[in-house]
Each structure stands twice: as structure tokens, then as C-alpha cells.
Design a binder for this molecule. Structure first.
Ligand code: 76R
Length: 247
């Protein structure tokens, strides 16, 4: 049996996608809308505090296209906290005007292919990558993926050595995008319907297409990658929420 990759696991992660029921939002009184926005801002202020104390992180993006209107990406040390956050939002006034469209549960993951020989508890770089403060870059892209298990193309039947070589080549392509695209890989085996969530951040949205396209030609993705739906969107700053919800 091939040796399983050891994973380093960090903060738990919830991607929560919502659409807005604009019809009922428009029917609400302006007082109601104002208090819904105010309450949402208070929730975010709490998340900001948590982030300042490095006890978690979050990012809000509006989503382009009909799959959702916005995404809340939340990182916390425990699954319980994710659940509390989700429930608190669901009880809020604003949630009455949102329709859940998709969610993804995972945990920040670094695989052992390239992180060998470091002490995870003390290595500051590893710690920062396992508990990342999300970059509030202008664009985000999210999609779930699997590694294929089909006939001759079964990632999980490859020897560790072969997988490491393939992952090295994957990493080399990725590195050419250093400073342009930041990736956060979250593992979701046992948590959600796919094996990983891929979250990318960029200053130039076109870099997502360039990176993902280039990777399609690399063996890891070309032969072994299976992909779910893609979500892409723009940073939603706290200050811009009233404008976003203005009707
Ligand atoms: O973590 C590292 O930086 C080391 C190298 C590395 C690993 C181990 C790395 C680098 N990735 C790793 C693991 Mn990745 N990555 C993806 C996708 O669309 C596609 O074709 C695939 C989706 C992208 C776009 C991407 C980008 N990576 C993984 C894993 C876990 C695999 C496993 O354990 O079997 C997945 C699913 C995955 C998928 N990767 C990089 C990038 C980029 C941009 C880098 C360079 C990061 C950097 O050097 O800063």
C-alpha cells in the first residue's frame, strides 16, 4: 500500500455563500434595512477583533454570476466556533433576506510533500501558513477539487516518491505566481463533498485564469485533477456594505 501523505492541519474553514432576496429586501422598511445592516456590521466588528488577536480570520467577497451574491470565508481554531458563527449569522436580521446557495467545510492543510524536516510547533513560517490571516486582496476565487481515482489514473495508488515529484512540479508552476496569486489549500476529506477547497487571492483577476490554465497542463492537474464549481468575486470591504445593500 502506498504511504499516505501526512498532513499538517491548521484553522478550520467555512466558506458560506449567500444570495440576497432583493425583492423582500426592497419590501422591508428603511428602518428595518438599516438595523439589519447595523447588526451585520456589529457581527463583523466582532470578527475583526478576533482577527486582531490572531484567533481567526475572515474575508468577505461579492460573487459575480448567479451562483451567489456574496461569500463569507471564516477561519477559526475549532469547528465549534465555525458553527457558532454560522448560527449567529443565521439568527441575524440580514439572514432573513439571504438564501444559502453553497457552503464548504474544510481545514487549512499543508501536505508533507515539501514541508519535511521542520518542527511544526515552533516553525514560524509553518505556523503562519496553518493559521493564515486572509489577505484582503481585491479578488478571490474558490473551487473544490479531488484527485482522480480511476483506472490507471489513481493518485492514491501512486508511490509517495512519485507523488512528491509530481507535487514538486506543481509547486514550481505555482511559485511563478508568487506575489500575484496567494493560494490557501484546505483539506476536506471527511468534512465535505470534495477532497480539497482551493481559495486563491489576486490583485489582478486575470491571474486566476492564467494560473489555473497553466496548471491544467501540469500532470498533477491534467491527469489527476477533478474540479467542482468555480466562484469568483470582488473584495467587499466593511465600509462598502451599506452601498452594496443600498436599494
Ligand atoms: O505549499 C507549498 O507552497 C508547497 C508546494 C505546494 C503544495 C504541497 C503547492 C504550491 N501546492 C501544494 C498542494 Mn497547490 N494549488 C492547487 C490548485 O487548479 C488546479 O489545477 C489545482 C488547484 C492551485 C491553483 C494551486 C496553486 N495544491 C496542493 C494540493 C494538495 C495536494 C495533495 O496533498 O495531494 C492541492 C489540491 C493543490 C491545488 N499551489 C502551489 C498553487 C500555487 C500558486 C503554489 C505556489 C505557492 C507558493 O510557492 O507561494
Amino acid at each position: 500500500m502506498p504511504e499516505a501523505a501526512k498532513t499538517l492541519d491548521g484553522w478550520y474553514c467555512l466558506h458560506d455563500f449567500r444570495s440576497i432576496d432583493w425583492t423582500s429586501w426592497k419590501l422591508a422598511s428603511s428602518d428595518e434595512r438599516e438595523s439589519a445592516i447595523h447588526e451585520f456590521n456589529q457581527i463583523i466588528a466582532k470578527w475583526d477583533k478576533t482577527e486582531q488577536h490572531k484567533q481567526g480570520s475572515h474575508a468577505l467577497y461579492t460573487i459575480v454570476g448567479q451562483k451567489a451574491d456574496f461569500m463569507m470565508m471564516i477561519l477559526r481554531p475549532t469547528m465549534e466556533e465555525l458553527n457558532e458563527i454560522e448560527t449567529e449569522f443565521n439568527k441575524s436580521k440580514l439572514a432573513e433576506f439571504t438564501i444559502p446557495t453553497y457552503s464548504y467545510v474544510s481545514v487549512v492543510e499543508l501536505s508533507s510533500y515539501l514541508a519535511k524536516g521542520k518542527d511544526v510547533e515552533t516553525d514560524p513560517e509553518l505556523q503562519a501558513r496553518l493559521k493564515p490571516i486572509l489577505p484582503k486582496w481585491q479578488y478571490a476565487c474558490f473551487y473544490p477539487m479531488d484527485k482522480r481515482r480511476q483506472g490507471e489514473d489513481n493518485w492514491y495508488m501512486l508511490e509517495m516518491e512519485d507523488r512528491s515529484k509530481l507535487m514538486y512540479s506543481h509547486g514550481m508552476i505555482g511559485r511563478q505566481y508568487a506575489g500575484k496569486v496567494r493560494q490557501i489549500i484546505t483539506g476536506s476529506v471527511g468534512f465535505d463533498d470534495w477532497e480539497w477547497g482551493v481559495t486563491l487571492f489576486a490583485h489582478d483577476v486575470l491571474q486566476f485564469k492564467k494560473l489555473v490554465y497553466e496548471m491544467r497542463f501540469d500532470e498533477v492537474s491534467a491527469r489527476y485533477g477533478e474540479f467542482g464549481s468555480f466562484y469568483v468575486g470582488n473584495l467587499l470591504k466593511k465600509e462598502a456594505i451599506p452601498q452594496f445593500l443600498q436599494v
